[in-house]
Write a protein that binds this ligand. Structure first.
Ligand code: ATP
Length: 513
């Protein structure tokens, strides 16, 4: 059985070997926490983005999209609170000279206690067999109850200290828990300091005339500053949403988890403008709707959970994460935040412009409240990719590597393979590619024995292989092989389009929501 570290290493090397993700500027030894999407990665990423866009924008009459610039007027970030408060608490280890996020050290400590709980549960499940009731066990077993209480007390103290900017207490907590540098075991820590995550840059041709700018650390503010423009030109009625996908930049303190935490990444965000007082209802609605979107992809319902925020960001009155089981454990994949009227009110204050909505039903104007859903596209990519990569034992005692990507997201929907490189088979195969490529991204592969080509397409996540053989010359039929079941069927060339469409069509997948 492979452990999680090994599994994660496999994910990273598979992503490189199969042309999904490369380290940025690798010939110069790469750039820390920056990655490039390669020929297959760019397709997978685009398909995830399209899947999100279709579910959020096309399928909601009251949600529209925008594409705001990455550069924004610098006052935006004063108003949003990012200049003053977009910080992470950092701590250095004096011996190893390694830098960590203080809150993450404490959270990782709690994750270890959680792993102990999981062990207890596993042991008990074995002992009690079919009669095992997990819920009863974790609420009554004294050891588990104590572990749980310990986690809660630590996280609640961390939350309070961070909220009160009491960094000395965060340090005290690390010392009391005897948390050591995970790499060296040293407990020789510096004080905890705040570190602003925004990247600064300059705009303008000469030094005297340049203005300081930030690279946006989130896409949301581009939506807030355009709220009134969109509402008026689109004649939008509350409740309505504005969606956007695009790059965001954060100078992350620690970024060692491949594309999970990058310094340049892409977000898919939607701000839903609502009547004040209705935020609980919409918070519940969007939690449920977003979870269903994730579940529609079939990565396993048990791999998702909600995590309520202990420490609320400066703008939120309720917030939770949808966490996903990555190879390194459950971690945030998407955030759902009830942002109140914080952002629009702040932009009113700093710009001096009214950002209000006249509600004809109420016959009055107000600053709308906002419900936000925010997901990292790269994190979603990692969730899909890592979950899909499996080593399968086959009947004949061999194994195969399969990338079981949801067919709707796979870079290539089918590969067309002539059995041999002669007798007119390549010509027919290319003809099939030419017919299918109007509808799908299709690969053509004639190199190596057909068995090896199947393996290659399996490892690349291609849901269908279509093989052209000598029978094709006689009756216009081909075999179509299914990636996951490896079943093969003989079908007419004319039937291929519909057969593939049935399984890769977004509608078929989104209808599961
Ligand atoms: P974390 O606690 O992991 O730093 P966050 O709470 O700061 O994340 P948000 O500000 O809520 O994240 O951003 C929304 C989403 O953007 C996250 O759920 C995540 O999917 C994604 N995201 C945030 N930071 C990064 C990053 N450095 N690299 C990749 N994706 C990110």
């Amino acid at each position: 059985m492979v452990n999680n570290d090994d599994q994660f290493k496999k994910v990273i090397s598979h992503a490189k070997e199969y042309g999904y993700v490369f380290p940025s500027s690798e010939i110069y030894d790469g750039l820390s926490a920056v990655y490039d999407y390669a020929q297959n990665g760019v397709e997978l990423k685009k398909n995830i983005r399209d899947y999100w866009w279709k579910a959020m924008v096309q399928m909601h009459d009251n949600i529209v999209g925008i594409d705001a610039a990455i550069f924004m007027h610098p006052t935006t970030w004063k108003a949003s609170g990012h200049v003053d408060a977009f910080n992470d608490p950092l701590i250095d280890n004096k011996d190893s000279k390694k830098r960590y996020r203080a809150d993450v050290l404490v959270e990782d400590y709690c994750a270890k206690i959680e792993a102990k709980i999981d062990k207890e549960v596993e042991k008990a499940a074995k002992r009690f067999g079919d009669a095992f009731n997990k819920q009863e066990f974790i609420t009554t077993n004294q050891r588990v109850v104590d572990y749980q209480a310990k986690i809660e007390s630590i996280l609640s103290r961390l939350g309070k200290s961070l909220e009160n900017e009491d960094l000395a207490d965060v340090k005290a907590l690390i010392e009391e828990l005897e948390i050591a540098d995970p790499l060296t075991g040293s407990r020789n820590w510096t004080e905890v300091k705040q570190f602003n995550l925004m990247f600064g840059t300059k705009i303008g041709a000469s030094a005297e005339h340049s203005t300081d700018l930030y690279l946006r650390p989130e896409t949301a503010q581009g939506i807030f500053v355009n709220f009134l423009n969109v509402q008026k030109t689109g004649r939008m009625k509350i409740p309505f949403g504005i969606a956007q996908t695009g790059k965001a930049f954060r100078n992350e303190i620690v970024a060692r988890q491949f594309i999970f935490r990058m310094r340049e990444f892409e977000q898919m965000e939607m701000q839903f403008f609502i009547k004040p007082g209705t935020q609980q209802e919409w918070y519940d609605y969007w939690k449920e709707t977003r979870l269903k979107w994730h579940q529609s992809l079939g990565l396993g319902d048990e791999n998702y959970r909600f995590h309520n925020h202990e420490k609320l960001a400066h703008y939120a009155d309720a917030a939770c994460d949808i966490e996903f089981k990555f190879p390194f454990g459950f971690k945030e994949l998407e955030g759902i935040h009830s942002r109140t009227d914080f952002d629009l009110s702040q932009h009113e204050k700093y710009s001096g412009k009214k950002l209000q909505y006249f509600d004809p039903e109420e016959n009055k104007s107000y600053v709308p409240y906002v419900l936000e859903t925010s997901i990292g596209l790269d994190r979603m990519f990692l969730a899909v990719f890592s979950n899909s990569l499996v080593e399968e034992e086959l009947d004949n005692n061999t194994t195969r590597t399969v990338l079981k990507l949801p067919a709707v997201l796979a870079p290539f929907k089918a590969a067309v393979l002539p059995l041999v490189k002669k007798d007119g088979l390549p010509e027919i195969a290319k003809d099939i590619v030419n017919q299918l490529k109007w509808d799908f991204n299709v690969d053509y592969d004639e190199k190596d024995a057909v068995g090896r080509r199947y393996r290659r397409q399996d490892a690349n996540g291609t849901p269908f292989c279509i093989t052209v053989d000598h029978e094709t010359l006689e009756d216009q039929t081909v075999t179509i092989r299914h990636r996951d079941t490896m079943e093969q069927k003989r079908v007419k060339i004319d039937e291929l389009r519909d057969l593939i469409k049935q399984e890769v069509d977004m509608k078929h997948w989104l209808m599961k929501m």
